[in-house]
Write a protein that binds this ligand. Structure first.
Ligand code: NAG
Ligand code: NAG
Ligand code: NAG
Ligand code: NAG
Ligand code: NAG
Ligand code: NAG
Length: 552
């Protein structure tokens, strides 16, 4: 039972550290955010580039590395990036959403400093402001295991990041105008794999190469705006090894449904005829199926990829069944942020059940999306700063929504700043109930949760019988099928202000998100870092004197 001892050590050392650890290595980045012309679907359009790149640079880190990213905003609009799945233990100051950070004004810069503490896995970062995500400004972020920690598979020959997503040929500001005027986004214009779509005319450059006989890791993330995608590689099976930070039971899949905001890592062995193969992404649950492909080339390859593209699965029952096959590998050791309870989450008593029902509707004739009838609007002051400066009452009200809403709560929508209180260290059950006909994808910042069930119909307490209370994957994003529900369990042990959002960007932009306030009663360095010196101030806290720092 070596892993138990190992977990204990992590836990003790975590308790002893109060500031970013001096001995862990630092990775420094300077990022220049600019507009630039890109033509990913053959039409020139305005993109958002990071150091001239679309998609943005990959961050390649190792567990416990300290990451310092100085972001220079050279757009003409305020800008923020979030590090999706990075847990920012005690450090919601770095989360990069409008509820925690003032946006970086045009022409200015802000330095994010965070540690990928006790984490491994495949993640991504993206812009959270003003539909910027529709124009680029996203990229992959990987956290490798430290050398001394065994990984439950042989070292792959190489490690590739595959960012798949839907794409619009209109600029982010045009898309934003649609949403601001109360309209929905139409169908996407195409799909991209790492910012490209192969033409299939025999002249496409390969996205990836593989040496015959070798095994490669592919980290696949859906960075798109709204569409679930099925991903597959012609002629090859994919062995699933990791999902959003957890080593999984290693099943083989012909294809994987990747919902918006999710990341999977798979192993692929180059053991087929030496030639080119297409990797394929195609839309799921859409009337018209969009498909895109990219070339994977064997280094000794002799011949083009076959034009016969493997079929995508049909219907969402297939996707639900696939979800049920995802299991956490309980015997694989790996860094985990909250080892206490990780192994026995099924026997911890639930102290609070919160049901969140998503809905769409109109407010003053304009489209809005809501959670339990409340469509979130960002306050001019980041909620975290309002709390820290003890002026929360001037900025928002806690607990606008109820934990156990009536079924018709979503019929009437009101606009408000939506903040839910949590008691520090409570073990909580959250039920996402989707009464709508479209698929939903929920993401929580600051935490991993146990994704214990997705089931059709409405949730009732009896439905707890269907929970996986043994080896559900600990992850950060979960889909909910139409007219279905999903349940997650987690301990709210990371103090901070955390965004819970629909990953479907238009839904989030039009209010389908909320914040969870997790306050440590102690105001202590044991539970939360001090506000960083470089924190930008705005709104009502702009000229307030800084509260005394936490000292113990
Ligand atoms: C960022 O890019 C802009 C536009 O290319 C350029 O004017 C500016 O000097 C760059 N800033 C930095 C810090 O590299
Ligand atoms: C990523 O970092 C690891 C660990 O430092 C290193 O072994 C690997 O070569 C790096 N990969 C890339 C693509 O830079
Ligand atoms: C902006 O960048 C400079 C270094 O060029 C750095 O000293 C400063 O702290 C950065 N500003 C913020 C708010 O992080
Ligand atoms: C789980 O991890 C262990 C330990 O690394 C490994 O030996 C085992 O093969 C993995 N099990 C599965 C089913 O993937
Ligand atoms: C959990 O709840 C049960 C029933 O209410 C109780 O008997 C048990 O002691 C509780 N367990 C813990 C660890 O609090
Ligand atoms: C929520 O937290 C705030 C700040 O600690 C507190 O004033 C308020 O009473 C809490 N509300 C509830 C309903 O617990």
């Amino acid at each position: 039972m070596d892993y138990v001892i190992f977990m204990l050590c992590l836990c003790l050392s975590a308790g002893a550290i109060s500031v970013v650890q001096g001995e862990d290595p630092y990775l420094f980045f300077t990022w220049n955010i600019t507009y630039g012309t890109i033509s990913p679907v053959g039409v020139p359009q305005q993109g958002i580039l990071i150091n001239g790149e679309f998609p943005g640079p990959n961050i390649n880190s190792t567990t416990n590395n300290n990451i310092v990213v100085n972001v220079f905003n050279n757009l003409d609009e305020p800008f923020l990036l979030t590090w999706s799945g990075v847990q920012h233990r005690k450090n919601s100051w770095q989360d990069g959403v409008l509820g925690t950070n003032c946006p970086i004004p045009p022409g200015q810069n802000f330095t994010y400093r965070f540690q990928v503490k006790d984490q491994i896995g495949s993640y991504m970062y993206y812009a959270t402001t003003a539909m910027h995500r529709a124009a680029g400004a996203f990229g992959g972020l990987r956290v490798n295991s430290r050398l001394l920690i065994p990984v439950p598979y042989a070292d792959p020959e190489d490690d590739y990041t595959v960012l798949i997503g839907d794409w619009y040929s209109k600029s982010h500001s045009t898309l934003r105008k649609f949403l601001d005027s109360g309209r929905s986004l139409a169908r996407p214009d195409g799909l991209l794999i790492n910012g490209k779509a192969a033409k299939g005319d025999g002249k496409d450059e390969p996205l990836f190469t593989m040496k015959p006989g070798k095994t490669y890791k592919y980290r696949i993330c859906n960075v798109g705006l709204k569409t679930s995608l099925n991903f597959r590689i012609q002629g090859h099976t994919m062995k699933l090894v990791e999902m959003e930070g957890s080593h999984t039971v290693q099943n083989n899949y012909d294809s994987l449904d990747v919902h918006v905001g999710q990341c999977f890592a798979v192993l692929v062995t180059a053991d087929k005829d030496p030639k080119d193969y297409y990797m394929v992404a195609s839309t799921r649950f859409t009337k018209t199926v969009l498909t895109t492909k990219g070339i994977v080339r064997y280094t000794n390859g002799k011949g083009p990829a076959s034009p016969d593209i493997p079929e995508a699965p049909v219907g969402w029952a297939w996707s639900l069944n696939q979800f049920r096959t995802f299991r956490w590998n309980l015997t694989a050791s790996a860094a985990r942020p909250n080892p206490q309870g990780s192994y026995h989450y099924g026997s911890i008593n639930i102290t609070r059940t919160i049901k969140l029902i998503n809905s769409a509707g109109r407010v003053d004739g304009k489209l809005r999306y809501a959670i339990n009838g409340v469509s979130h609007t960002d306050a001019a002051t980041p909620l975290k700063l309002a709390e820290y400066y003890m002026v929360a009452d001037k900025v928002f009200k806690y607990d606008t929504i109820q934990d156990q809403p009536p079924d018709n709560v979503g019929d009437k929508i009101t606009i408000a700043t939506n903040v839910v209180n949590q008691t520090f260290r409570n073990f909580v059950e959250i039920i996402f109930e989707n009464h709508e006909k479209s698929l939903q994808s929920w993401h929580l910042d600051g935490y991993s949760f146990f994704a214990v069930a997705i089931e059709p119909g409405r949730w009732t307490p009896e439905r707890r019988k269907s929970y996986n209370l043994l080896d559900a994957v600990s992850r950060h994003t979960i889909q909910v099928f139409p007219k279905s529900w999903a349940a997650i369990l987690l301990t709210f042990d990371n103090a901070g202000m955390w965004n819970l959002r629909s990953e479907l960007t238009e839904r989030r932009y039009l209010g389908q998100q909320l914040y969870i306030s997790v306050l440590s009663p102690a105001r202590s360095l044991r539970d939360e870092y001090n506000i960083p010196d470089n924190t930008m101030l705005c709104g009502v806290v702009k000229d307030l004197p800084k509260p005394p720092p936490y000292t113990i």
